[in-house]
Design a protein around this ligand. Structure first.
Ligand SMILES: Cc1cc2nc3c(=O)[nH]c(=O)nc-3n(C[C@H](O)[C@H](O)[C@H](O)COP(=O)(O)OP(=O)(O)OC[C@H]3O[C@@H](n4cnc5c(N)ncnc54)[C@H](O)[C@@H]3O)c2cc1C
Length: 383
């Protein structure tokens, strides 16, 4: 079989397939492992960023798998539990409180904080327009490259082939069934193809006449130089209302912001974006006015209207398995993404979780592009 894309989702899928004994697998990656969205993330593993109970259960599974990653795969992932602090104004307080209560009901450690408690713990944060905050101690960054290479390295040891610098250019279908994948390095015969193309999944779907309902949205990251005014033991701090966040990164800070729908997938970092982000940052943490800008980049998050991925087969063509639309949580959810895809390919059904909430058919009849504007005004799931 062929997996198109060696981002975190394709790598996890390859490993889980091999672990289930399916090793006649080729991953085709047009650049290098992780060259797409997976290398542009904020690298957060979070139990707190779950707006719905299903997502919280998915995340719980993945968090536990990540805690065993090194033991299972022999690769360290440099996870550091710095904690996650969410901040809500009037506009977002009810949603944040309900999310915290839902997480507590699932035994996920989450504390609700008053603005005074936030100011006491983190005096640099402006709290006069806040209604509440929530705190979870278990969240933190990991190294997505170690995750990807851990998965793909182990998959290769078990027989999976990785073809970097090879672009898939088409999927050949005969009588409604996949018979192979066209690439710029020749034809690969196969009856099964996994679309793990991240933001490019839409284009791959179009080769088959499918309109995969993903909304690609740009988000930028800005990294500062050393900035001792913010202690290096700060947690990940998220201002929910404006979807801006900051966390320590080495001796400096990393910030992220942006939900701009885009058709362009390779987006250079623009200074206008940096200025907008700095204005937002300075409102919430005034001392950031003095933080020295060092570097930045822009990535594309493949979002869906309900913040759930698109995972499973399609009616139209036999042999196609979608594993895309992981939005802002693809790093977090990679263990589950690979596990479910592998179970489906190996057995035609899944045990770990029911695939129905993830099937593409749930969007039948919805013109995603028309409602996309509504989407970007609501809180997005993921970092
Ligand atoms: C700024 C930002 C911050 C984020 N922060 C977080 C976070 O903190 N935590 C989290 O969990 N998630 C986060 N995300 C989301 C996360 O990065 C994505 O959900 C995840 O990386 C998606 O992985 P993927 O494998 O589906 O896609 P990708 O990583 O994009 O992989 C797809 C691969 O397919 C390849 N490809 C495409 N077309 C072809 C073709 N025709 N032939 C061959 N290869 C092809 C591409 O080169 C690419 O490598 C963030 C995203 C952004 C942009």
């Amino acid at each position: 079989m062929v997996i198109i894309g060696a981002g975190v989702i394709g790598c996890s899928t390859a490993y889980h397939l091999a672990r289930m004994g399916i090793t006649d697998v080729v991953i085709v990656e047009m650049e290098q492992v992780g060259a797409g969205t997976s290398s542009k993330s904020a690298s957060m593993l979070s139990l707190q960023f779950c707006g719905a109970e299903l997502v919280a259960r998915m995340t719980r599974y993945c968090y536990d798998r990540y805690m065993q990653f090194e033991e299972e795969l022999g690769t360290p992932i440099d996870f550091t539990p710095i904690g996650w602090l969410s901040l809500a104004t009037e506009e977002t307080a009810d949603h944040l409180r309900q999310t915290a209560e839902m997480l507590q009901s699932l035994d996920i450690e989450t504390e609700i904080l008053t603005p005074e408690e936030i100011a006491y713990r983190y005096p640099a944060i402006r709290v006069d327009d806040l209604v509440l905050g929530t705190w979870g101690p278990g969240d933190g960054p990991l190294d997505p490259h170690m995750v990807m290479w851990g998965y793909v390295g182990r998959a290769r040891e078990m027989g999976v082939r990785l073809r970097q610098g090879v672009r898939a250019t088409g999927i050949r279908v005969v009588g409604g069934r996949v018979v192979g994948v066209e690439t710029d390095a020749g034809f690969v015969a196969t009856g099964t193809v996994v679309n793990a193309g991240g933001p490019w999944a839409i284009e791959i779907g179009r080769w088959l006449g499918l309109e995969i309902p993903i909304i690609n949205a740009a988000r930028s990251i800005l990294v500062t130089g050393p900035f001792p005014d913010i202690p290096s033991d700060w947690p990940f701090v998220e201002d929910v209302t404006v979807e801006w966040y900051v966390r320590p990164e080495g001796p400096g800070l990393l910030m992220g912001m942006g939900v701009t729908p885009t058709d362009q997938l390779d987006i250079p970092f623009r200074m206008e974006v940096a200025y907008e982000m700095i204005d937002t940052a300075v409102h919430r943490v005034p001392v950031l006015e003095h933080a020295p800008f060092m570097t930045g980049w822009t990535g594309v998050r493949p979002m869906t209207l309900d913040d759930l991925p698109i995972l499973g087969p399609v009616h139209e063509v036999e042999g196609v398995v979608l594993n895309c639309g992981w939005g802002g949580t693809g790093i977090i959810h990679a263990p589950l993404a690979g596990q479910l895809a592998a179970e489906y390919v190996a057995q035609g059904r899944t045990q770990t979780l029911d695939l129905h909430p993830f099937r593409m058919e749930r969007f039948a009849g919805v013109n995603v592009r028309e409602v996309a504007d509504l989407r970007v005004h609501s809180r997005q799931a993921g970092a």
